[in-house]
Structure formats: structure tokens, C-alpha cells
Write a protein of this length. Structure first.
Length: 227
């Protein structure tokens, strides 16, 4: 079960271990484009086999991604490979590892996966990094097709640059992510990629991490509505 921890005294984080965390969006279904931005850490020091980290949105908070009766889920999956290498300082897709993102929808028990590409550096902090790393996902809904949604993922810099909480909030409000602050932490994006056949109502945040060990820690989490 997801729980609040203090791995560092006074620094609380949400811990996930082989589970899904869902929360209704404060603005409900009233959005055209949102950004899910967080500071995260994988609490380990060895390569993780079968790693899968999903950020997305779903319809309602009952039959979500983990349910075979899923009403509808859409978002990203990282990495699009069987393992996530540990570099000695962080978990990353640099050094020639051909990993990137998948773009995923789920209806009922059926999951549809589209590869979003590879050879793009992205990293998740480990405890030795000394802080939490960014994870930035943009999701938008089509104005022409109520069942269509796009997702864009943003890549961290190589080597990993640890952001402050203040930097995360600056990035959250920079819709184009083209500022000098953004260039300090991000290298570019993959997407937008589209899936159709989804519900017109997508009103709940969903985060899934596939492993009990290492656990995923989320120090800060923000969902921002642009329009």
C-alpha cells in the first residue's frame, strides 16, 4: 500500500512498491491540457529488471489501470525495455542503452502499447544522487475527437542535474519548457503521440510502479492545468 515515509528526517515522500496510486484531479474533467510534474527517486543501487513506471490519467478512481474492468487509462510508460540500468549514481538510459518511452492506453483488460522511440537520455535519481530528479509528462485532449488524447514526455539532462523544489515550480508554469531554467534540467521531448478510443471523461491521476524493490519515492507531485 502506498505510504508516506521519511527516508530523510523531515523530508516526507510518497512511497510506491508494485502498486498504483490514484487521486481525483482537483479540476475534475475540466481540462484541455495538463502537465504532471514530479520529483522522484528509486531507492536502490542495482539494475532493475522488469521496470515499468507509468504516469497518466484515467476515468474515475475505481476501475483504474490495475483493474481488468478499467474504464479508460492513458499515459506514458518508462522505460520501453526489460530493465533499467543503474549507473552508480542514478538509473538512466544513457551510455548507449536503447531505451525510451512507450505510450499506453487501457480499456477493460486490453492494453495497447505504442513505442515512442529510444536513444533519448532520461534518468531517475538514486539515493547516492543526493536528491530527487524531475519527471515531466504533458497530456492533451483533442478538440476534434472526444476519444483522442496525446502525451509528450520530457527528458532529463546528462549527467543528471538535481532540481530544487523552486525549479520544479518554475518548470511547471513554463508551458513550452523553452526557458533558461528548463534548459538547465531538460534536453527535449518525445511526442506528442496519440491514442483514440478513450473515454471523454478522464478525471483522475494515476501513477504505477512495477517493483516492490526498489521502491519509488515521490517527494513532490503537481498536476497543472494549462487550459
Amino acid at each position: 500500500m502506498a505510504e508516506i515515509i521519511e527516508r530523510i528526517v523531515g523530508d516526507r515522500a510518497l512511497q510506491l512498491g508494485n502498486e498504483e496510486f490514484v487521486r481525483p484531479l482537483g479540476f475534475g474533467n475540466n481540462w484541455a491540457k495538463i502537465r504532471i510534474i514530479s520529483r522522484i527517486l528509486l531507492n536502490g543501487s542495482t539494475t532493475v529488471a522488469g521496470a515499468a513506471l507509468k504516469f497518466g490519467v484515467c476515468s474515475g478512481s475505481t476501475d483504474t489501470f490495475s483493474s481488468n474492468n478499467c474504464v479508460g487509462w492513458f499515459g506514458s510508460n518508462f522505460p520501453n525495455a526489460g530493465s533499467l540500468p543503474y549507473s552508480g549514481t542514478d538509473y538512466n538510459t544513457g551510455g548507449g542503452f536503447l531505451f525510451g518511452y512507450d505510450y499506453v492506453k487501457k480499456i477493460g483488460a486490453v492494453t495497447t502499447v505504442t513505442s515512442g522511440g529510444s536513444k533519448n537520455y532520461h534518468a531517475i535519481a538514486a539515493p547516492i544522487s543526493g536528491g530527487y530528479s524531475l519527471n515531466v509528462i504533458d497530456i492533451a485532449r483533442s478538440t476534434l475527437d472526444a476519444t483522442a488524447y496525446t502525451v509528450t514526455t520530457w527528458n532529463t539532462k546528462s549527467p543528471l542535474v538535481i532540481p530544487t523544489s523552486y525549479a520544479m515550480y518554475q518548470l511547471a508554469e513554463d508551458e513550452s519548457l523553452a526557458s533558461g531554467v528548463s534548459s538547465n534540467y531538460l534536453t527535449g521531448s518525445l511526442g506528442p503521440f496519440t491514442h483514440t478510443g478513450l473515454p471523454a471523461v478522464m478525471d483522475t491521476l494515476s501513477i504505477l510502479w512495477s517493483k516492490s524493490t526498489p521502491t519509488l519515492e515521490i517527494a513532490e507531485l503537481l498536476v497543472l492545468r494549462f487550459n
